[in-house]
Design a protein around this ligand. Structure first.
Ligand SMILES: Cc1cc2nc3c(=O)[nH]c(=O)nc-3n(C[C@H](O)[C@H](O)[C@H](O)COP(=O)(O)O)c2cc1C
Length: 286
């Protein structure tokens, strides 16, 4: 009797401990987030070179060794009427910018491409790290290899990765995985973000806010192209980053952000008849 009572007691204690452990495990668990497929965020920038900074040796990293002197600002003040006129003219110029998917093969002066990229390089960047690389591709063979990589991946994107709603949204814009402009456009500009840089001693240097910085530079590049009378279409080649980086022999710390085919519009170029939100919808005054 004594034996059986002890065994029952032990069994009850074990069951209680088991229950305690189970419920404590439950409360320690992260709340389950419904895993949602976001291929335009997750897949696009996924790259086998993902850097697990926290796992790396601290010795590999070093603070920036840059030191800046302060100099007087070079700046010009305009009379108010001229400010209004200039801001209006700039708006009118950029209001005419459209994404053009029909680009002529007519050559474009190299100097213009140099100038628009120099302009993009004037962008502000986190801690002045300038975390961008602009690869201007003119070579027809390389352009064709880029097209082959992108079309191969894009076909899978459209057929499998993107989901019905996204494909339907793109149908309105008449875009699909055939990208003739990649062969035809005189220049392809591929913009890479540098996820980290290097100090003069070869140590890794943090590139703060690198994606925001490069995105700002891309906006300036689009404005510079419009100003020069060239056209482009902003593209984010989904899942192509690692293959394009390898093709263009870019280092592992660089990841593809955007690809811009650049040239003159072809004679038969058309664009979707889009309207833009009025100021009252995009601006809130406080
Ligand atoms: C981040 C981003 C990615 C885009 N990706 C593509 C793309 O892959 N293919 C494409 O044809 N257009 C792409 N576009 C262009 C948009 O479809 C276009 O900007 C939009 O329809 C508005 O037209 P607009 O540029 O003529 O004002 C992209 C634009 C942005 C900003």
């Amino acid at each position: 009797m004594g034996f059986s009572l002890t065994s029952v007691l032990i069994a009850v204690i074990c069951a209680f401990i088991g229950w305690m452990l189970k419920s404590s495990k439950k409360t320690n668990q992260e709340p389950k987030v419904k895993s949602e497929s976001r291929p335009w965020v997750d897949e696009d920038l996924k790259d086998s070179t993902d850097l697990h900074q926290e796992e790396e040796e601290a010795d590999d990293w070093q603070e920036s060794d840059d030191n800046f002197e302060y100099v007087p600002l070079s700046w010009k003040r305009y009379p108010e009427s001229e400010m209004i006129q200039r801001s209006k003219e700039f708006y009118e110029l950029l209001q005419k910018r459209r994404s053009v998917r029909f680009i002529s093969n007519e050559p474009v002066p190299r100097e213009v491409i140099n100038n628009v990229i120099k302009t993009a390089g004037t962008a502000p960047s986190g801690a002045h790290t300038e975390p961008w690389t602009f690869v201007a591709v003119q070579d027809p063979d390389v352009k064709h290899q880029i097209r082959e990589i992108i079309e191969e991946e894009e076909e899978v994107n459209y057929r499998k990765r993107m989901g019905d709603r996204w494909v339907a949204d793109l149908k309105k814009l008449k875009t699909n995985w055939i990208k003739e402009y990649l062969d035809i456009a005189p220049f392809l500009i591929l913009i890479f973000k540098q996820v980290h840089g290097f100090t003069s001693k070869g140590k890794k240097k943090t590139h703060y806010y690198n994606e925001i910085s490069v995105s700002i530079a891309c906006g300036i590049l689009l404005a510079a192209l419009q100003n020069a009378g060239l056209v482009t279409v902003t593209t984010t080649p989904l899942n192509c980053g690692p293959r394009l980086r390898a093709l263009l022999r870019r280092p592992l710390n660089e990841k593809l952000l955007l690809l811009l085919p650049v040239g003159y519009p072809s004679k038969e170029a058309t664009v979707p008849d889009l309207t833009r939100k009025p100021l009252s919808e995009i601006m809130v005054t406080v």
